[in-house]
Design a protein around this ligand. Structure first.
Ligand SMILES: *Cc1c(COP(=O)(O)O)cnc(C)c1O
Length: 403
């Protein structure tokens, strides 16, 4: 038995930086402490009823669907994109098991083992696992809390370019940053990619969730279609993370054909979810408006509460449902653990995500956290207040232990 080996690939696979702290919150909860979970990006809003109604009325055979997804759902996606001015046709869209599978397919199609993909850190942490399982190297350019994690200048991308660079991958609006890139920056990055024969893989799962009247621009607005891949998902915009319905879309026929083979390899996305998901496309603008209003209200609450914390570095995010913040501690991961093991206010504490796992550069993001505002107003405010009290208490405890 002792000689049985497992692959380096699986050994190198990073555990989720968020999920690995769950034992600490379980322990706190076992002690009777109520933990406010601002650590996981899972919306708390209800999934629209139409999804369940459609699934309930299903009968017949729960067979495989076409590997590219139900024709009707692909058509709905295409109509939806048209409304956004995004020129995808039905036959340029593959239904995937969430944005996750779409991202995996995208990386697998553009990069071979040893190839490089440029990411803008901090970035959606699961990209690391997708790249690791495919033996693709993620090469970071770094964005900074001080300017709202805006896209770094093109010169930063130029600096990390090698003969192995195949693509640039980023979420927009951003997770964990909530940053929405301007059309100018997006246009620059597309032109840069075209100039160097790279792909741009744009993860647009938060497309609708933007604030203050700002619009998120799709990468598809900037031409050079052959270079562009869009990752999409219904998880966040319809509060349907469990449905596992996403999309892979590109106008590049070669890419499409090759991704279709990957879709065939896993036979089919979940039929019932696809069937239910068709219903989401019947929701009108008021659905989105209500959702965005709710998130904007929450963002404002978090901003108001965090602003009271001395020495914190934040800017108001313009999209998604996250805040990334630089906090006055040396090691945010230790701080997050401490909040669960050593701190509570009236038997309540707050859990956030340390941001270091969202970077690839070693020792980066050590004093940063992500807050997902996935609680209702009153609880959210209290959770942020407890976080603020925790930061103060942690700092003074450290100070006194150093003396
Ligand atoms: C949540 C998320 C995904 C993946 O979501 P799925 O549930 O797999 O659709 C992909 N990208 C970003 C940026 C996310 O936040």
């Amino acid at each position: 038995m002792g000689d049985l080996m497992i692959s380096k690939r699986s050994q190198m696979l990073p555990a989720s930086p968020i999920r690995k702290l769950i034992p600490y919150s379980d322990e706190a909860e076992n002690k009777g402490i109520h933990v406010y979970h601002l650590n996981i990006g899972q919306p708390d809003l209800e999934t629209p009823e139409i999804y369940f109604n459609r699934i309930r009325s299903f009968s017949g055979v729960d067979a495989y669907t076409n590997s590219a997804g139900l024709m009707e759902l692909r058509e709905k996606f295409a109509e939806y994109y048209k409304k956004w001015g995004i020129p995808f046709e039905r036959d340029e869209i593959i239904v995937t098991e969430g944005g996750s599978e779409s991202a995996l397919f995208a990386i697998a199609t553009v990069a071979d083992p040893g190839d490089e993909i440029i990411v803008i850190e901090p970035f959606y942490a699961n990209y690391k696992a997708f790249a690791a399982i495919l033996n693709v190297k993620l090469v970071p350019v770094t964005s900074h809390a001080e300017n709202g994690y805006d896209m770094p200048p093109i010169s930063d991308f130029e600096r990390v370019l090698t003969s192995k660079t195949k693509a640039i991958l980023f979420p927009n609006p951003g997770n964990p940053t909530g940053t929405v890139y301007s059309p100018e920056r997006l246009s620059e990055i597309v032109n840069f990619a075209a100039r160097h024969e790279l792909y741009v893989i744009s993860d647009e799962v938060y497309r609708e969730i933007t604030f203050d009247g700002l619009k998120a621009h799709s990468i598809m607005e900037f031409g050079h279609y052959d270079n562009l891949i869009v990752i999409d998902s219904l998880s966040k915009r319809f509060n349907a993370c469990g449905a596992r319905i996403g999309a892979f879309a590109t106008k590049n026929e070669t890419i499409f054909k090759n991704v279709l083979k990957m879709a065939m390899m896993r036979l089919s996305p979940n039929r019932l979810s696809q069937y239910g998901a068709i219903g989401f496309f019947e929701l009108n603008d008021s659905y989105y408006k209500t959702m965005v209003k709710e998130y904007q209200k929450r963002r404002d609450i978090v901003y108001e509460e965090l602003s009271r914390i001395p020495e914190i570095v934040i800017s108001k995010p313009q999209g998604a449902f996250y805040f990334a913040a630089k906090i006055p501690v040396d090691n945010a991961e230790e701080f997050v653990k401490w909040m669960l093991t050593d701190f509570s206010v009236n038997a309540k504490t707050t859990m956030v995500a340390p941001l270091s796992g969202f970077y690839v550069t070693p020792n980066s993001g050590k004093d940063e956290i992500r807050i997902a505002y996935v609680l209702k107003e009153k609880e959210l405010r209290e959770a942020c207040q407890i976080l603020g009290l925790g930061i103060r208490a942690y700092k003074s405890e450290r100070k006194s232990s150093k003396v």
